[in-house]
Design a protein around this ligand. Structure first.
Ligand code: 6PG
Length: 261
């Protein structure tokens, strides 16, 4: 189902449960349709509980136990730190999900944090995407699912406000730098993210409410303001689900699912 949708659930635990259910549902569909399920995982803290929920529930998925030998995991972005560093997105997914499910090691496609530079790591990752993922007619790798988070400043993956990476239209992955910490990173670019069959953005907590309203309704954007990263999430042919809890959507009307105006 294409299009952009907001789904509001109770709290962070409900966001995790819904995200896990969507992962298992989309996984069963992708495997049934084309024999594999290629996912780009998000980093940060919000997705951790969703990954743990996937690990706890995949055997009882409504479509039957997920066939992990058909699942390939990638990363939407990575910090250039060792994998045992608490900041590592791979490390977080390893402890929350990978170590708990029977996914073959060859189905893991992490960003090469031991490359000689973030730029080299990004180029290496592009090669990985080109070799391991069937491409769309637009010659872009087509993920079945991209999980994302959102920073209170409107960043997503490691696409930060004001960065030239926001306008990257050719490369699949680029080097990035966190604007506050200066931490070097690698991130997928918008052509790849927006080319996914399904994008799910996990948003939890009151700290994200103002930015989520901006992203969905344009609240606070003045004429001439540059688009913030999350405002550039526009699926080309796939679906975009904003999955948020009540705290992050305090600005919205009470009631059920909200359609984007
Ligand atoms: C990262 C993520 C980043 C994250 C947001 C939200 O590597 O940090 O890719 O985009 O999703 O910063 O992070 P929290 O989930 O921790 O709020």
């Amino acid at each position: 189902m294409s299009g952009i949708r907001l789904e509001v659930v109770g709290d962070a635990a409900a966001v995790a449960a819904k995200a896990a259910a969507e992962f298992l549902r989309l996984g069963a569909e992708a495997i049934a349709q084309h024999g594999s399920f290629r996912v780009a995982l998000a980093g940060g803290e919000t997705p951790r509980a969703a990954y743990e929920r996937i690990a706890a529930t995949w055997k009882d998925a409504p479509g039957g136990a997920l066939s992990w030998d058909r699942v390939h995991l990638y990363w939407g972005d990575e910090r250039m730190v060792p994998r045992d560093d608490p900041r590592s997105n791979f490390g977080m997914a390893l402890s929350a999900l990978i170590a708990r499910v029977p996914i073959p090691a060859e189905n893991l496609h992490p960003i090469q944090i031991d490359a000689e530079s973030p730029e080299a790591a990004a180029a290496e990752y592009e090669k990985t995407l080109r070799v391991t993922i069937p491409h769309t007619l637009a010659a872009l790798p087509c993920f079945d699912l991209v999980f994302l988070g959102m920073g209170a400043d409107g960043h997503t993956a490691s696409l930060f406000p004001g960065d030239t990476s926001l306008n990257e239209g050719v490369r699949f992955a680029v080097a990035a730098r966190h604007p506050d910490s200066g931490e070097r990173r690698v991130t997928l670019t918008f052509p790849v993210i927006n080319g996914a069959a399904a994008i799910i953005v996990l948003v939890s907590g009151s700290a994200k409410a103002a930015m989520l309203e901006r992203a969905l309704r344009g609240t606070g954007r003045r004429d001439g303001d540059p688009l913030l990263p999350v405002e550039s999430l526009r699926p080309t042919t796939g679906s975009l689900l904003w999955l948020a809890d009540e705290e992050a959507t305090s600005w919205a009307r009470p009631g059920g699912n909200r359609h984007i105006p």
